[in-house]
Design a protein around this ligand. Structure first.
Ligand SMILES: C[S@@+](CC[C@H](N)C(=O)[O-])C[C@H]1O[C@@H](n2cnc3c(N)ncnc32)[C@H](O)[C@@H]1O
Length: 381
């Protein structure tokens, strides 16, 4: 089956996430679109970097809508959206297509409400709030040239915000790993077996553990700070109690938490993948002076390299390691990175290149953010 992904703001990182899961079939077809093949329907709720996910239909949109009746009994009321992602697409054409479909269906006795476009495509928020692709009869088509895809799902911005902001134990100093980025890091480890155990050795308040546990993985978190380990414990309990908000099935917490320095800790359980936001240095609201930057780089390098050396002796060959490490905004607008990859070969890791992307493309940041995150994907040799 062929799928279409509307990529998130940092489209190269979204592309890398899809490539780690769906391999060479992933092709970028425009700055914010990718297509890929998969034997089963992917779940958009597990894809942090994809805004909308569509499946290619091999019939006209009208036939598709008529075909819905036999599958879901009879649908009397259709809410219809048309998003045109073709090059040079215009709002007028999307609206005209939607009205054309409505007219044909009206003649067949169907009641259709069209979502009016304010651009060639419906925004993620409009699609989400109208439950497109989620509620029976709420159907959005995604057009790309002559191909029509039906929307399978749109990023659930409400749930991401809840998972970010409603957790009981938060700490602004430790930073806030966005749940979407936590999912991306987990997915960059590739297609893991259900029930695999994921280690986060800098687990902080547990965002990554939370997302991995929602995705059905066993989670193992360690952190230098005892206080922060208590925070992770509270947050994972909150997640288990509130799992129904985020997932249809229960969340079984297979959770191990330990206090430990990542540069010397001996992890007690078998580790199938490592995904983490490492120590990012001091929080900053202005670009650091040269001397401060030098000091921060040295401290972060010591901890992250120390951790990678310690880990290498404790995981099996081919175990994936996805990291978010710091990079600092300079007055010239560029980000200065750590030199972690320089010694990576000697430490016993290969760097994973995804979809021919260069390491330069793997930066995650909001406009003007002082400490960005560089994404690094490795495999133990
Ligand atoms: C950027 S925070 C990670 C935040 C985390 N992603 C979350 O969800 O809250 C980095 C964490 O690394 C921890 N840390 C710093 N040095 C460490 C070390 N040597 N070993 C283990 N943890 C360390 C800090 O206590 C902090 O919780």
């Amino acid at each position: 089956m062929k799928f279409l992904a509307v990529l998130g703001r940092l489209s190269d990182i979204s592309l890398a996430e899809l490539s780690a899961l769906f391999g060479d079939s992933v092709k970028k077809i425009s700055p914010n679109l990718a297509v890929f093949d998969s034997e089963s329907e992917p779940d958009i709720n597990r894809l942090g970097g994809t805004l909308k996910l569509g499946k290619l239909i091999n019939c006209s949109p009208v036939d598709y809508l008529i075909g819905l009746d036999s599958k879901d009994n009879e649908i009397h009321k259709i809410v219809l959206g048309v998003s045109d992602y073709s090059r040079g697409a215009r709002r007028q054409k999307s609206n005209a297509e939607a009205m054309r479909i409505k007219k044909i269906l009206s003649r067949k006795g169907k009641s259709v409400r069209v979502l009016a476009n304010s651009a060639a495509e419906l925004s993620t928020a409009t699609s989400h709030h109208n439950q497109m692709g989620e509620k029976p009869g709420h159907v959005e088509f995604l057009m790309v040239g002559r191909e029509w895809y039906v929307l399978l799902g749109v990023q659930n911005i409400t749930n991401y915000a809840k998972r970010d902001q409603a957790r009981p134990a938060r700490d602004a100093k430790v930073g806030m790993l966005p749940p979407k980025l936590a999912q991306i890091l987990i997915n960059l480890c590739g297609d893991l077996k259900a029930g695999a155990r994921i280690l986060d050795p800098f687990c902080g308040t547990g965002v990554l553990l939370q997302e991995a546990s929602l995705m059905g993985y066993k989670v193992y978190g360690t952190d230098l700070s005892e206080r922060i380990i208590d925070y992770s414990e509270k947050n994972l309990k909150w997640l288990a109690d509130n799992a129904k908000t985020f997932k249809k099935s229960e969340v079984k917490n297979d959770l191990t938490l330990e206090v430990g320095d990542a540069t010397e800790h001996k992890w007690q359980k078998k580790i199938d993948a490592v995904a983490c936001e490492t120590y990012l240095g001091a929080p900053m609201s202005l670009p650091p002076a040269e001397i401060k930057l030098k000091e921060q780089k040295a401290e972060c390098s010591r901890i992250i390299s120390g951790f990678l050396k310690n880990l290498a002796g404790q995981i099996e060959p081919n175990v994936p390691v996805a990291l978010a490490v710091p990079a600092w905004l300079r007055p010239n607008g560029h980000y200065e990175r750590l030199d972690i990859l320089d010694g990576i070969d000697d430490m016993g890791y290969n760097v994973v290149k995804l979809n021919h992307l260069s390491q330069e493309d793997m930066l995650y940041y909001r406009d003007g953010q002082i400490v960005a995150r560089e994404i690094i994907v490795l495999r133990k040799k």
